[in-house]
Design a protein around this ligand. Structure first.
Ligand SMILES: C[S@@+](CC[C@H](N)C(=O)[O-])C[C@H]1O[C@@H](n2cnc3c(N)ncnc32)[C@H](O)[C@@H]1O
Length: 287
């Protein structure tokens, strides 16, 4: 049996339940379609979770996907940590031996392996469900663009809200994080979206001839969690033809936003979008 991995908080179970409800509904909705169904878990873990506070032991996403009553035609799991990937493979071999021939476990970076899987699958005949469940800023924006180009994958993305917040300091001194934020958000617009010139009169304004004083061009942050959420959703909408507006913010016990759970559809068929969005929105709107 795989050992459990520690992370998350109360939201971990909420996230797992939301995702599993979608996964079950997705499999039912597609059961009579001619397409093959593919599951991709790009941050798969071991299949077992113990939350950081040690309070909860939960089945992880990989185990839940494998245990669903209806089955995918193929399961791809990606896990960067060698030990965890081996534990996951053991769990598959021991607990899901009847379907293990439909499972591939890759040990490597999610961005690289996902690009490889997407290239290997013929998306004219396959439909995919992708779970992006990173600890922090591991998902490159370019990966989301590659996913969207398949026009066949629905994606649930646990966006690292608190990690982004930490890289956006109130005093505008974000220089050391710029590259990481650009990679995470895929553009440079956040600089003007989340910051404005500090309106407070500076010492420089009072004594403009004193070179020792500040330039008067300091920035201050102009973004609350709702604004950051809207920006992330607007970025997703630039890449995916359909994005749920009901993304859920997961908060810690101090009510600080930790993650934003987003849902996006790459399929261009309006009927497919309506169906997927109806299921996702229903799940996201109801506790
Ligand atoms: C939040 S956990 C995901 C857990 C999993 N979804 C579950 O429900 O059990 C994140 C996992 O991603 C793995 N990881 C971290 N960086 C990665 C990367 N660049 N590529 C793939 N996996 C990575 C970690 O080792 C960890 O197991």
């Amino acid at each position: 049996m795989a050992t459990s991995q520690k992370f998350g908080g109360d939201w971990t179970e909420e996230k797992m339940n939301l995702f599993t409800r979608y996964l079950d509904a997705y499999l039912i909705a597609l059961q009579n379609q001619k397409f093959k169904k593919i599951y991709i878990d790009a941050f798969a873990g071991t299949g077992e979770i113990e939350t950081s506070d040690g309070d909860q032991h939960l089945a992880g996403s990989a185990k839940r996907a494998l245990a669903s009553k209806m089955k995918f035609d193929h399961y791809y799991f990606i896990e960067a940590d060698t030990t965890k990937a081996a534990e996951l493979q053991n769990m598959v071999d021991e607990e899901f031996s009847q379907i293990k021939q439909t499972v591939t476990v890759y040990c490597g970076d999610a961005n690289e392996m996902l690009a490889q899987i997407i290239e290997d699958v013929d998306w004219r005949y396959n439909r995919g469900l992708l779970f992006l469940d990173p600890y922090a800023t591991q998902v490159n924006w370019t990966t989301l663009e590659i996913v969207a180009q398949t026009k066949s994958i629905d994606v649930w993305y646990l966006f690292p809200f608190s990690a982004l917040e930490r890289m956006l300091p109130n005093n505008g001194k974000y220089e050391k994080w710029e590259d990481c934020i650009d990679r995470l958000l895929g553009d440079k617009g956040w600089r003007t979206e989340f910051y404005k010139k500090d309106p407070q009169i500076s010492l420089f304004d009072l004594c403009p001839n004193d070179p020792g004083l500040q330039t008067g061009n300091q920035l201050i942050k102009d973004a609350n969690p709702e604004k950051v959420k809207e920006y992330i959703l607007s970025r997703l909408t630039e890449v995916f033809p359909c994005v749920s507006k009901n993304a859920r913010i997961f908060r810690n016990s101090n009510r600080a936003p930790m993650f934003l759970f987003c849902f996006a559809i790459s399929n261009e068929s309006k009927a497919a979008q309506r169906l997927a969005l109806r299921i996702a929105d229903y799940i996201l709107k109801n506790k």
